[in-house]
Design a protein around this ligand. Structure first.
Ligand code: F6R
Length: 598
C-alpha cells in the first residue's frame, strides 16, 4: 500500500513544474493509498538549495489543490500517497519525513519490521521524532551516518542495510541534486522520458509519456539525476539496467462517462469480458496444456481473487472433470506439505502486487512447483515472478472495489476449463450470453436496481445464497455489498441456511437467491421459500418459478454463464445502496486497492 514517486527534471525551462508532475503522478497512484499525501521538492532559494515540504490529510486531489502543489518548482522532488499502517491518519504521520535538521527527506512504501529497536537506538543518540511511523527512522538513520562524515550515498546505503522488512524508499538531501532509491519486497520502477527521470511504484504514475522503463530487483540501490541513472547492489557492485519500452496511454479520468469510476467500470463489463476472451485464446490453451500435464492444480488469490479461485475449483471439476483445488493466498502455508514439483499453482490477481499472493508464489517456487498467473496489471510483480501470465487486457481498474477484473478472471477460468474439453464454441457462447443480456448495462435496468436499493437500504443484514458455482459467487456478492454498501452481508451455500443463519432472519431481512437454471434450482428454490415463511424478503435472480418471491430479476438465455450475470447485478445493487447511503463508492473507507503488506 502507499504509492511513491521521485522525479528529476530534465529541462529547467520546462513549464510543467516539478510539483505538477509529482501531483499528477500521485493522482494516478492514489488507488494505492488515499489517507494523506505530500511532496518534498528541492528548490533554489537565495543561492541555497532548500527542501520545500508540503503534506496534508485527505484525498490526493484535495490536498494537491489546497496546498498548491502545482506552483512548486524545483530541480527534483519526491512524493507519497499514504495508506496508514503504522501511526494514525494525520499530517505528522504523512510522508515525506525529515531528519532532525530538515536536511533529508524520505518517502517509503512497505513496512520496517525492526523499526522499534532502531528507533530506540536513535532516540538514545538524541534524535527527535515527529511521527509515529516506522518510516521516519530512515531519515534519521541517514542523518546519523552523515554525522559520522559519510557521503549521502554511503549513508543511504548503510541505513538501508540496517532495515528488515519490505520497502521501496526514496531519499533526497538539501544540497545534492540526486534522488536515491532502494527496493526490497515493494515495487520500484525507474522510467525515463522527455520530461525527466522517474522512480515510481507503478507505471500509472508516468502515463501519457513514451517511456523507457526498468524494474528494480530486491536488494538494489539506485541513484538518478536529470541526466544519469545508476544501479548497484548493496555491496556497491554496478548492475546493468535492462530497459524496455512502453507507450503508456493516458487514462482519460476526466472523460468519465458515468457519475462514478465504479459505475463506469461496472458498465465497461459489456465489452471487457469479450475483450479478455478474444485476447487470450492462445494463452488459455497453453494453460490448459500445462494443467493436463500437472499432478494437481491449485488456484490462489486474496479477497475477490480468492473467490474466483474457489469458483475455478468448482468449474474445473464440473466442466473438465479435473480435481482442481484453491487456497486463500494468506493460508497457503497449510498446503505446502502436500506440494511437489509436479504441481501447478495459478495465482489470480488484479494488481499483481498483493503481498500475500506474492509470498505464496515464492513458497511454491521454493518447492519447485510451476507457477502461472492471471493478472490485470502489466509489468506487475506477479507477472514477473511467475513463469506464464494471462493478462486480462481490460484497462486499468481504479475503483477500489474490484468488478471488471473479477468478471474477466471468471471468463478466463471458463475459457481454460472449456479448452480442456475442446469446446470450440465457447467463445461464441460467452459472447452471446453477454450480448443477449446487454440490457443490464442500460439506464432502465440501473433504475430498477436503484429502486431495489432504496427498498433495502436500511436493512442491517443481507444474505446471498446459491449452490454449486453460485456459491463462490454468493461469497463475492457478499464482499461487494460489504465494501461498497457497507452492510453486514453474508454469502453461503443455500443448503446451509437451515443449519444456523436462519436464526438471524427477521421480518423483511433481504435474501438474494442466485439461480443457475439447471437441476440445482430446486434446492435454492426450497431453501429460499423456507426463509420466506420465516419472514425473509426474497430477491430472486433468474428463478424459473419466481411466483412466490418478493423482488424478481430476470435475464435472457445465458448459456451457462449465470455466474457472471448474477454477479454484475449485485455489483450494481451494491453501487446503488452505497450511493443511497451517500458513501464514497470509489475510494472505500479503510480499504486500499493494492494490498502490498502482509
Ligand atoms: C475486492 C477487492 C479485494 C481484492 C484483493 C486482492 O473488491 O478488490 O478483495 O480482490 O485485495 O487484490 P488483487 O486482485 O489485486 O491481488
Amino acid at each position: 500500500m502507499c504509492g511513491i514517486i521521485g522525479y528529476t527534471k530534465k529541462n529547467s525551462e520546462d513549464k510543467l513544474t516539478t510539483g505538477k508532475i509529482l501531483s499528477d503522478g500521485l493522482k494516478n497512484l492514489e488507488y494505492r493509498g488515499y489517507d494523506s499525501c505530500g511532496i518534498a521538492v528541492l528548490k533554489k532559494t537565495n543561492n541555497n538549495n532548500d527542501i520545500v515540504l508540503k503534506k496534508g490529510v485527505g484525498k490526493v486531489r484535495e490536498v494537491c489543490e489546497k496546498l498548491d502543489f502545482n506552483y512548486i518548482d524545483g530541480v527534483l522532488g519526491i512524493g507519497h500517497t499514504r495508506w496508514a499502517t503504522h501511526g494514525k491518519v494525520d499530517k505528522t504521520n504523512s510522508h515525506p519525513h525529515l531528519d532532525c535538521i530538515k536536511n533529508i527527506a524520505i518517502v517509503h512504501n512497505g513496512i520496517i519490521e525492526n523499526f522499534q529497536k532502531l528507533k530506540e537506538n536513535l532516540v538514545n543518540l538524541g534524535h527527535k521524532f515527529s511521527s509515529e511511523t516506522d518510516s521516519e527512522i530512515i531519515a534519521h538513520l541517514i542523518e546519523e551516518h552523515l554525522k559520522k562524515g559519510k557521503s549521502f550515498k554511503e549513508s543511504f546505503r548503510l541505513a538501508i542495510q540496517e532495515l528488515n522488512g519490505r520497502y521501496a524508499i526514496l531519499a533526497i538531501k538539501k544540497d545534492e541534486k540526486i534522488i536515491l532509491g532502494a527496493k526490497f519486497g515493494s515495487p520500484l520502477i525507474v522510467a525515463s522520458n522527455e520530461a525527466g527521470n522517474f522512480l515510481i511504484s507503478d507505471l500509472s504514475a508516468v502515463e501519457n509519456y513514451s517511456n523507457k522503463i526498468a524494474h528494480l530487483q530486491d536488494g538494489q540501490l539506485i541513484e538518478i539525476n536529470d541526466l544519469t541513472i545508476e544501479v548497484t547492489d548493496l555491496q556497491k557492485n554496478k548492475v546493468d539496467i535492462i530497459w524496455s519500452f512502453r507507450n503508456i496511454q493516458k487514462n482519460e479520468e476526466n472523460n468519465l462517462k458515468f457519475k462514478h469510476q465504479l459505475l463506469q467500470e461496472i458498465n465497461e463489463q459489456e465489452y471487457t469480458i469479450i475483450k479478455t476472451i478474444e485476447s487470450n485464446v492462445k494463452q488459455s490453451r497453453e494453460f490448459a496444456e500445462q494443467i493436463i500435464k500437472s499432478r494437481q492444480v491449485i488456484f490462489i488469490g486474496c479477497g475477490s481473487a480468492a473467490n474466483v479461485s474457489f469458483l475455478a475449483s468448482v468449474l474445473f471439476t464440473k466442466i473438465a472433470k479435473i480435481n482442481a483445488s484453491y487456497c486463500i493466498a494468506s493460508e497457503f502455508e497449510s498446503k505446502l506439505p502436500v506440494l511437489n514439483e509436479k504441481d501447478l499453482i495459478i495465482a489470480i490477481s488484479q494488481s499483481g502486487e498483493t503481498a500475500d499472493t506474492m509470498e505464496a508464489i515464492d513458497s511454491a517456487k521454493k518447492i519447485g512447483c510451476k507457477t502461472y498467473s492471471i493478472v490485470n496489471t502489466e509489468e506487475s510483480s506477479i507477472t514477473r515472478k511467475t513463469e506464464k501470465t494471462i493478462l486480462l487486457r481490460i484497462g486499468p481498474e481504479k475503483a477500489v472495489c474490484s468488478t471488471k477484473a473479477v468478471t474477466a478472471q471468471i471468463a478466463i477460468i471458463y475459457q481454460i476449463a472449456n479448452y480442456l474439453i475442446d469446446n470450440e464454441e465457447f467463445n461464441e457462447q460467452i459472447q452471446n450470453a453477454i450480448k443477449n443480456n446487454s440490457f443490464i448495462f442500460q439506464p432502465d435496468f440501473s433504475q430498477t436496481i436503484s429502486m431495489l436499493a432504496k427498498k433495502i437500504v436500511d436493512k442491517k443484514n443481507i444474505f446471498i445464497i446459491g449452490t454449486a458455482e453460485q456459491m463462490p459467487i454468493a461469497l463475492e456478492c457478499a464482499l461487494k455489498l460489504q465494501e461498497v454498501a457497507v452492510v453486514d452481508a453474508f454469502g453461503f451455500a443455500s443448503g446451509e441456511l437451515k443449519h444456523g443463519p436462519l436464526a438471524l432472519i427477521e421480518k423483511n431481512t433481504p435474501i438474494i437467491a442466485l439461480f443457475n437454471n439447471d437441476d440445482t434450482d430446486k434446492f435454492v428454490q426450497s431453501n429460499a421459500i423456507e426463509a420466506k415463511t420465516r419472514g425473509a424478503y426474497i430477491i430472486a435472480i433468474n428463478a424459473k418459478d419466481d411466483s412466490e418471491f418478493d423482488f424478481k430479476i430476470k435475464f435472457n438465455q445465458a448459456f451457462g454463464f449465470n455466474t457472471i450475470l448474477n454477479l454484475i447485478i449485485i455489483q450494481l445493487l451494491s453501487y446503488h445502496i452505497g450511493v443511497e447511503k451517500k458513501l464514497d463508492v470509489d475510494l472505500i473507507r479503510n480499504l486500499a486497492k493494492s494490498v502490498t503488506v502482509k
